[in-house]
Design a protein around this ligand. Structure first.
Ligand SMILES: Cc1cc2nc3c(=O)[nH]c(=O)nc-3n(C[C@H](O)[C@H](O)[C@H](O)COP(=O)(O)O)c2cc1C
Length: 374
C-alpha cells in the first residue's frame, strides 16, 4: 500500500471522512455471520443426522479458534457415539507449530458441544483418546438421553471475541471471583495497576511486532484473511474485516482497494503493530489460564475451562481478547515462563475489560456438513 493510501486510511479511521456517510456505510458493510443462510443459529438439515445433533454440532462450531481456523472434524460412529479430531488441513504451523492452540480451540469446541447437548437433553461423556499433538483422533464422545438442562443456548450464540473499546476500570471483585472460580488455582486476574500487567502489555506489543515481521507468520495470516464476500462464503473460516474490527469506512476501503498480498506490505504490518500496541494498553487488566502440563488431556481441559468462562462474560458486560503472541514467540515465551514455576504452564493470555455496548458476533463458520464425516 502506498503512503497516500495509508494517509487516506488514517483519515478514515479518525472519522474525518465519515460525516454524513452513514447511509452509504450501511450499504457497504462487510460480511458477517448473519449473511450465512440458513445458518442463523440453526444447522441446515443433514441427511443421516438427527436434527438435534445437527444443531448441537452447529452450536459447538461457534467456539473460538486461533485465526478462526476451526481446526476440528467430527466422525459419526453411530447416533450416540462420535470422535472429535484435529483437521490437519487447518493448522497454523508458523505460529502454532506444536498444535497447542489448535487443541485449546478443540477443547472450546468440546465445551460448547457438551453444554448444547445438555440443553437438548443429552448427557455427553468425554474421553480423551489422543496421546500426542500429532494424533488425529482426540476425543471420544458418548451421548445418553437425559432430562434437558437449563443451560441457555443464547450464551453460545452470542459469545464473541471483542478487541476494541475496553473501559479502563478494573473488574469488580464479584466478577473477578466468579471468573477465577471457573478453575480455582488455574485462572488468575491481574488488574491494570499490577506490575505483571505492565509487562504483559509491553511484551505482547513487542512479540506481536516481531511476529508481524516474521514472513512465514505474516503469510499464514494473509492466507486466512477473507476480503470478499465470495471468499468468506466459499471458505467459511478465517478472518474478515468485521471480525478484525476494521469496520465502517476503513473496512470498506480495505475490502475494496486491498488484496491478500497487501497484508505482506510494510504499511499493513505497521498499522497492525500500532493498533495492537494501543489495544494492549486498554482494559480492566488481564486473565491468565495455566495448566499443569501440555498433554492432549491438559490442553483439551484448558480449552474447555476457557470457553466456560467465555460463555459467562457477555452477561457481565465484559469482553475477552486472547493476545497470544508472548506464548507463540520463543524469546518472549522463555522470558515469561522463567517467571513461573516450571510445573505450571501458561496457556491463555487474555485481555479483559468492560464495554459500553456489546457487539453481536460476526465471525464466519463452516456449515456442519463440511466438518462432519458421516
Ligand atoms: C487459542 C486461541 C488463540 C487466539 N489468539 C488470538 C490472538 O492472538 N489475537 C487475536 O486478536 N485473537 C485471538 N484469538 C481469537 C480468535 O481470532 C477468534 O476466536 C476467532 O477469530 C473467531 O472469532 P469469535 O471468537 O468472535 O467467534 C484466539 C482464539 C483462540 C481460541
Amino acid at each position: 500500500m502506498t503512503t497516500s493510501k495509508r494517509e487516506f486510511l488514517k483519515m478514515a479511521g479518525s472519522g474525518a471522512l465519515l460525516v454524513g456517510m452513514s447511509p452509504i456505510l450501511g450499504a457497504c458493510a462487510g460480511v458477517t455471520r448473519s449473511d450465512f443462510e440458513p445458518r442463523r443459529g440453526k444447522a441446515a438439515k443433514i441427511e443421516g443426522l438427527e436434527p438435534a445433533m445437527a444443531d448441537i454440532l452447529f452450536l459447538a462450531s461457534l467456539a473460538p479458534s486461533g485465526h478462526n481456523m476451526q481446526p476440528w472434524f467430527v466422525k459419526r460412529i453411530n447416533p450416540y457415539e462420535y470422535v472429535i479430531g484435529i483437521d490437519k488441513a487447518r493448522l497454523l504451523p508458523a505460529v502454532d507449530p506444536e498444535n497447542r492452540e489448535s487443541m485449546l480451540s478443540i477443547g472450546a469446541f468440546v465445551e460448547n458441544l457438551c453444554s448444547a447437548a445438555s440443553s437438548f437433553g443429552y448427557d455427553a461423556r468425554v474421553e480423551v483418546i489422543g496421546t500426542s499433538a500429532t494424533d488425529e483422533n482426540l476425543v471420544k464422545l458418548t451421548l445418553t438421553k437425559t432430562t434437558p438442562s437449563d443451560f441457555p443456548i443464547s450464551r453460545i450464540n452470542s459469545r464473541r471475541t471483542v478487541k476494541k473499546g475496553f473501559q479502563n476500570r478494573p473488574l469488580s471483585a464479584d466478577h473477578a471471583d466468579t471468573l477465577t472460580a471457573v478453575w480455582p488455582g488455574h485462572i488468575f486476574y491481574f488488574n491494570q495497576e499490577s506490575r505483571h500487567v505492565k509487562c504483559l502489555a509491553d511484551w505482547t506489543a513487542e512479540a506481536f511486532r516481531y511476529q508481524t515481521f516474521r514472513d512465514d507468520a505474516q503469510r499464514e495470516l494473509a492466507n486466512c484473511i477473507r476480503l470478499s464476500k465470495s471468499d468468506a462464503l466459499k471458505y467459511g473460516y478465517g478472518l474478515t474485516t468485521e471480525s478484525m474490527e476494521i469496520t465502517g469506512f476503513a473496512g470498506w476501503y480495505v475490502r475494496t482497494f486491498m488484496n491478500n498480498e497487501d497484508v505482506m506490505g510494510a504499511s499493513f504490518r505497521n498499522q497492525g503493530i500500532d493498533l495492537y500496541a494501543a489495544m494492549a494498553q486498554e482494559g480492566a487488566g488481564w486473565i491468565i489460564i495455566m495448566s499443569e502440563g501440555n498433554t492432549v488431556a491438559d490442553l483439551i481441559e484448558t480449552g474447555r475451562r476457557f470457553e466456560r468462562m467465555a460463555l459467562m462474560v457477555r452477561e457481565m458486560g465484559i469482553a475477552i481478547h486472547p493476545m497470544t503472541q508472548i506464548l507463540e514467540e520463543k524469546q518472549w515465551r522463555d522470558q515469561y515462563t522463567s517467571l513461573h514455576r516450571s510445573a505450571i504452564k501458561p496457556q491463555f493470555i487474555l485481555r479483559v475489560g468492560y464495554l459500553d455496548s456489546y457487539p453481536d458476533p460476526v465471525s464466519i463458520r463452516r456449515p456442519v456438513e463440511r466438518f462432519l464425516q458421516a
